[in-house]
Design a protein. Sequence first.
Length: 255
Amino acid sequence: MQFDEMGLKSGKTMLLLPGTACDYQTNFDLVLDKLGAKYHLICVNYDGFDGSDLIFPDIITVTEKIEQFIQEHFAGRVDGAIGSSLGSTFVGQLIQRKKIHIDHGIFGSPDLDQSGKFSAWLQSKLVVPLLTSFTKGEKKKAKTREKLKTFFEMSDETVDKFMACFEKFSPESIKNEYYTDLLTWLDDDIYVENTKFHFIYANKMGKKYLNRYKKYFRNPEIREFDMQHEQWVFGGEKYALPVLKAIDEFMESPV
């Protein structure tokens, strides 16, 4: 596990939790400086995605390591936590387990998929090989690159960094991350005193995700944006700036 602190030392504390097969340097690259100008950032890279030889174990084991770090270094409390995609699973688990306290849980347009063991096994068998193979071969790499640029409106530099993650990280870590995420369920109607739930809703994902946010969390604050899944961290300032403004407003709201 890697925990890097950066940004405004006197600012409110904010955990940054990256998504599937990403390190925080890639996932939050386009917004890291802007967030760091206002907040004391605690940037996390999970086992298997931290430059070590370790393999990602499972969601709960990694959640426990995050809890331990916050307990030891921040007296068990942070002002905010932003989860990008799969990172939102960690935000949800950290909140519902109540081992540490988070004032503002911020969920970055997640899918929050959950399933049983057989379905999770089947999905991981189908999806993970696709994720780990699209950079193999120059023809496939070029095709994937153009699709990502078109779908997310990524720059050349961003798409190259994103695709590099699927080459440098172990397929076993990616499989374990994807599989155990599906098996790690959130409760319905989660409520924690003095914690607010904030959702960045990418409306191009579809309304079933909006309904899912309302199912798992009691009275969430939901901001709707006309974008694809996590486009605010990959699509440039057009998408990033409105979301960053919303994050500032989330963090200023009373709990």
